[in-house]
Design a binder for this molecule. Structure first.
Ligand code: ASN
Ligand code: ZN
Ligand code: CA
Length: 333
């Protein structure tokens, strides 16, 4: 059924003032995005089951930038879902997480002081806690894109969430989270190679993860080693995140959007970057055409090299950079 799309205004906590696609229902507006498969955003109001209530109000201006206003987290989540949809569509020609034109839905204000966010295949939805003190909801754009990308991985390669495939599953979510953030070109949330830099999950202002040198978080691994499959998937993601940074930007020190990076290589040899767009495209095509549920680091190398060969040729600079970046994270031939 056809419903006119309205341009609401979102006053988000993390991404400034943004445009939100909304719909009209009787005398109210709702957070329903009919530009993007009917994606809806719901308020759990600290509940932990069901959908709570669809955000609905007489004004089409949502939130005020403060977490004490319930619609603020709704605006952030609705925005993050829209930017992720647009990135998949604009860059990969993919219509939604499952490629079928259908929007997922978001639930915010899950539980009390809940410091996490998660994707669920069974509800085809993502869920966000309000964070510590219910004041740092986990609704930043990169976290939204990370969670939605778990849905994409599940619908495609199906990388099992343990062992090396689990690390690759986590890295896929971080890689596309970064790609979405840069693509959005939001002046209040500029692109970076950091994950969760807005949500202050550690309480000291540092991000959750770093892609230039994953060990900056104190736990993630920069390079592959035998046995990396035995650590938490959020740490075994390190080498693939590091590979993505090296392939995008190259090795060495660099400042991007005011953030300083320094990416060393495992073999001490330099890597020349090919740009983030090509790096993300290679990963996406490998995810959707080469990877399977049991892909490990060695087969991720093989799969991404095969994609680079198909896209750019085996004599190309891109093919060489993919190989060099894997060598740079100690994944060899
Ligand atoms: N936020 C976490 C993640 O997406 C939830 C989990 O551990 N699955 O990785
Ligand atoms: Zn994850
Ligand atoms: Ca980020």
């Amino acid at each position: 059924q056809w419903q006119a799309v309205h341009n609401g205004i979102g006053n988000t906590q993390y991404s400034g003032q943004v445009t939100l696609s909304t719909a009209r229902s009787g005398s109210n507006y709702t957070l329903t995005d009919n530009d993007r498969g009917g994606h809806r955003t719901y308020n759990l109001n600290r509940g932990t089951s069901g959908t709570g209530s669809l955000f609905s109000q007489s004004s089409d201006t949502w939130g005020n930038g403060s977490p004490s206003n319930a619609a603020t987290a709704g605006a952030d989540a609705h925005y993050g879902a829209a930017e992720t949809w647009d990135y998949y569509k604009d860059v990969f020609g993919r219509s939604g997480i499952r490629g079928d034109g259908r929007g997922a839905y978001s639930r915010v204000h899950y539980g009390n002081n809940y410091v996490n966010a998660f994707w669920s295949d069974s509800c085809f939805c993502m869920t966000y806690g309000d964070g510590s003190g219910n004041s740092k909801p986990l609704t930043s754009m990169d976290v939204a894109a990370h969670e939605m990308t778990h849905g994409l991985t599940s619908a495609t390669a199906g990388l099992i969430y343990s062992g090396e495939s689990g690390g690759l599953n986590e890295a896929t979510s971080d890689i596309l989270a970064t790609a979405v953030e840069f693509h959005a070109a939001n002046s209040a949330d500029k692109g970076d190679y950091l994950i969760g830099e807005k949500i202050d999950i550690r309480g000291n202002g540092t991000p959750l993860r770093y892609q230039d040198k994953p060990s900056r978080d104190g736990a993630s691994k920069d390079n592959w080693y035998a046995g990396i499959g035995n650590i938490d998937v959020h740490y075994s993601s390190g080498p693939a995140n590091h590979w993505f940074y090296l392939l995008s930007e190259g090795s060495g020190a660099k400042v991007i959007n005011g953030v300083s990076y320094d990416s060393p290589t495992a073999d001490g040899l330099p890597v020349t970057g090919i740009g983030r767009e090509k790096a993300a495209l290679i990963w996406y095509k490998a995810l959707t055409t080469k990877f399977t549920s049991t892909t490990n680091y060695a087969s991720a190398r093989t799969g991404t090299l095969a994609v680079a060969g198909e896209l750019y040729g085996t004599d190309s600079a891109e093919y060489k950079a993919v190989a060099d970046a894997w060598a740079g994270v100690a994944v060899g031939a």
